[in-house]
Design a protein around this ligand. Structure first.
Ligand SMILES: NC(=O)C1=CN([C@@H]2O[C@H](COP(=O)(O)OP(=O)(O)OC[C@H]3O[C@@H](n4cnc5c(N)ncnc54)[C@H](OP(=O)(O)O)[C@@H]3O)[C@@H](O)[C@H]2O)C=CC1
Ligand SMILES: N[C@@H](CCC(=O)OP(=O)(O)O)C(=O)O
Length: 416
């Protein structure tokens, strides 16, 4: 079968499944999620084999990216628990809200409905396959998933568990389908078929997005790179600033919400920079700084213009000393990726200005950028972190996979 025919088959099946999923009962969707949690726990050894094949084929990946590919017992337990948590959440579909009686006599409200079919392209992280599948099921959507090529064996094994769980609950197996080839031509076909796919969710870096921007013929909710900043303000609790900055950079290096760039007000730089530099040095983090940073941190190397826009996903951080909050905000809006940025401050008006003026999906005060995450925000799980402004911004959970349609309830009223 040609790749085009294969992708059309997936699309046709997804479109048909979406109709059934939109009408599925909460009980059936929850049954599928609980069956999936059970199957994930039972399938440990088989999944370990599939994952071992992927890891063996990805020897060249850096440490943090290898960690992302691992499907170990802890990851499996977490994703199984995630399915159970989503099953326990209220079903958003069909809920009618905001009903108001109009002078004409009609009542007007809005009903939450699934988006239909979403296509998702994402990194080599097998747990995302389960998070996307479980959110699709609960939100009554169908989806076509295209995971990173390094994770193909793990993803195929996981997709089989999802299909079996859907079938066990009396739902269509094809509500969640995985593209079974790593041929990137399949991505081109997925993003150009509006008859089968209602929206594309790309999770990835600049190369992916350039292609999506050039070729997509369906609406896109971009989940892009995170060049996240932590800004240490003029008045700040230094212990808090060291603790939070350390966590934001070093708790995990690969996620898009890790801090990649540190801005420090000149008034705090002499006290703060040597302290955080000692922490980074002990953890092997390379520091690339402006000239004023270099004067305070002997181990740092000079930062280039490119560093300010770079997402390292590695133990590297860029550091710049700034003279004002205005300079920090302007720097973040210019070089950041509008993902997540934080201010560490004891000055309330400055905190409020940062929240209003930094143009990012999540803006934080005195907290680690690593918190930008659907689970941490109380959404149950996340499809990813939208860096778009339309439809959904920041961590996208169940609601982000739905839209509202208008509902009008009358008793024979006619318009005059
Ligand atoms: N905002 C968010 O929610 C998230 C953002 N990210 C971002 O993702 C990036 C890191 O992940 P990484 O794996 O390096 O990302 P990549 O962009 O390299 O890969 C992500 C996915 O896109 C595919 N892809 C990449 N380029 C193309 C292309 N030109 N044509 C078709 N498919 C393509 C990859 O396929 P293949 O396997 O064939 O390379 C993979 O499936 C970082 O920038 C990170 O911030 C990551 C997670 C969440
Ligand atoms: N929201 C997630 C991060 C998602 C993400 O960035 O994934 P990845 O880039 O694959 O490590 C978390 O904080 O765990």
């Amino acid at each position: 079968m040609s790749l085009t025919a294969y992708m059309d088959d997936l699309g046709r099946a997804a479109r048909a499944a979406a109709t059934q999923m939109a009408a599925a009962s909460t009980a059936a969707k929850n049954a599928a999620l609980l069956a999936l949690a059970r199957r994930l726990r039972e399938a440990g050894p088989a999944l370990a084999d599939a994952n071992a094949r992927d890891l063996a084929g990805a020897a060249e990946l850096s440490g943090p990216l290898r960690d992302r590919l691992k499907l170990d017992a802890k990851t499996l337990a977490t994703v199984a628990e995630g399915c159970e948590q989503i099953a326990a959440m209220p079903d958003p579909i069909g809920e009618i809200t905001g009903v108001k009686r109009r002078p004409s006599g009609i009542s007007v409200g809005q009903m939450r409905v699934p988006l239909g079919v979403f296509g998702m392209i994402y990194e080599s992280r097998p747990n995302v396959t389960i998070e996307a599948a479980s959110l699709a099921i609960k939100s009554g959507n169908a989806c076509i998933l295209r995971g990173g090529s390094e994770a193909i064996h793990s993803n195929l094994a996981l997709a089989e568990l999802v299909a079996a769980s859907l079938q066990e609950a009396g739902l269509p197996r094809t509500a969640v389908q995985l593209v079974n080839t790593t041929d990137r031509a399949a991505v081109g076909l997925l993003i150009s078929r509006p008859q089968w796919v209602d929206v594309i969710i790309p999770r990835g870096g600049k190369g992916l997005i350039e292609r999506i921007s050039a070729e997509a013929k369906v609406p896109v909710i971009k989940h892009l790179d995170g060049n996240c900043h932590s800004y240490v303000d003029e008045v700040v609790d230094l212990d808090l600033a060291v603790k939070v900055t350390d966590n934001a950079k070093t708790q995990k290096y690969s996620p898009c919400n890790a801090t990649e760039s540190l801005l420090v007000h000149a008034a705090q730089a002499p006290a703060f920079l040597p302290r955080i530099a000692a922490v980074f040095k002990a953890k092997g983090v390379e520091m690339r700084g402006c000239l004023r940073t270099l004067a305070l941190v002997p181990g740092a190397v000079p930062a280039t213009e490119e560093d300010w826009s770079t997402e390292y996903l590695a133990p590297i951080i860029s550091i710049k000393v700034v003279d004002s909050l205005d300079e920090a905000i302007a720097h973040i809006n210019r070089y950041g990726s509008h993902h997540t940025d934080a201010i560490l401050t004891a000055n309330h008006p400055n905190a409020m200005r940062f929240l209003r003026e930094v143009d990012s999906a999540s803006v934080m005060v005195n907290a680690s950028t690593r918190f930008a995450d659907g689970f941490e925000y109380g959404l149950g799980a996340e499809i990813g972190i939208s860096t778009d402004k339309f439809h959904a911004r920041g961590p996208v959970g169940l609601e982000g996979l739905t839209s509202m349609k208008w509902v009008v309830l009358g008793q024979g009223e006619v318009r005059r």
